[in-house]
Design a protein around this ligand. Structure first.
Ligand code: UTP
Length: 303
């Protein structure tokens, strides 16, 4: 690994979107606070950042985001009630989230897009590479991705995105990358990017998913990026510029991810995440799997 690139220690988690796909649940609650089994989705994401060695976390929040801040803060009333009851197990669960990382918050006044949310992080991040983890994208903790992306960034400099191969009929939901192979089978170099292309326009089946390691040059590019699709400032548009011109902020590489990932902002994926993670839990799994098996058998018989 080259030592010439500055160490990465900061993670930015944009969580200021409106979450319209989950209304009415997200009318007064951020979608990142929806529970996946018994932890809010956002806690898995912060745990992932910490597991990758990033213990300085900046969350970009918007309206209704108070619960996010409260979740990662101490709750003395609840803690003392549990202490009085002698319930050490639940007390540890309450304290887990407030002890995880050094949390910082910045408000994105208007939800003007993911690119704009990332730009809000500029004063905190300064002039060093940093990671971005989307608050509603859940990567299974057993399939580490961010560590590998950081390794690739330290080797090549510039920026690194996470790519996942998707079916051609799914590509219009993502940003799609034009790629060239490198000597590492799981790493490609990006020559271009298209946000939510039609099946015909897509340069490849590689879709960008919600993990990034970015060179700080992205801030300068974002500050000059005009609103794109949906009137929002798109991170993909800025990455496209970085990929097309390596003099701006170094090359853009992609790490191809083949593990388990859930888009918890999508209702179907959210349900799948809960079922899968619940099945694998030591405490809940055995009973839940037995029930699920019976449920599926009965469902099949009725069809
Ligand atoms: P999404 O595309 O999922 O948008 O944002 P959304 O508004 O959150 O949800 P829907 O589509 O209306 O249901 C991707 C990520 O970017 C963040 C979101 O919080 C999410 O983590 N984001 C998006 C912002 O932080 N600010 C924005 O202005 C837009």
């Amino acid at each position: 690994m080259s030592q010439s690139h500055p160490r990465i220690s900061k993670a930015v988690i944009p969580a200021a979107g409106l979450g319209t796909r989950f209304l009415p649940a997200t009318k007064a609650t951020p979608k990142e606070m929806l529970p996946v089994v018994d932890k809010p989705a956002i806690q898995y994401v912060v745990e992932e950042a910490v597991a990758a060695g990033l213990d300085d976390v900046l969350m970009v929040t918007g309206r209704n985001k108070r619960p996010l801040e409260d979740h990662f803060d101490r709750n003395y009333e609840l803690e003392s009630a549990l202490e009085k009851k002698g319930d050490g197990e639940r007390l540890a669960k309450v304290q887990e989230s407030s002890d995880l990382a050094t949390m910082h918050y910045v408000r994105q006044g208007d939800p003007k897009g993911l690119g704009h949310a990332v730009l809000c992080a500029a004063p905190h991040v300064g002039d060093e590479p940093f990671a971005v983890l989307l608050g509603d994208d859940l990567i299974d903790p057993r399939d580490p991705l961010l560590q590998r992306m950081i390794e690739v960034q330290q080797e090549h400099g510039g920026s690194v995105v996470a790519l996942m191969e998707v079916a051609p009929e799914q590509i219009h939901l993502y940003g799609s990358a034009a790629v060239e192979a490198t000597e590492d089978a799981d790493v490609v170099r990006l020559s271009g990017l298209v946000e939510k292309p039609s099946r015909e326009e897509a340069p490849s089946h590689y879709a960008i998913i919600g993990r990034y390691v970015l060179d700080p040059a992205v801030f300068d590019v974002l500050s000059k990026t005009e609103p794109g699709r949906g009137g929002e400032i798109q991170l993909t548009d800025a990455l496209q510029q970085l990929a097309a011109d390596a003099t701006l902020g170094g090359p853009v590489h992609g790490v191809i991810f083949q593990g388990r990932r859930y888009d918890t902002g999508d209702r179907g994926d959210y349900l799948r995440a809960i079922v899968r993670l619940a099945c694998e839990r030591e405490d809940l799994g055995p009973d839940f799997r037995t029930w699920l098996q019976r449920f599926v058998t009965e469902e099949m018989q009725q069809r």
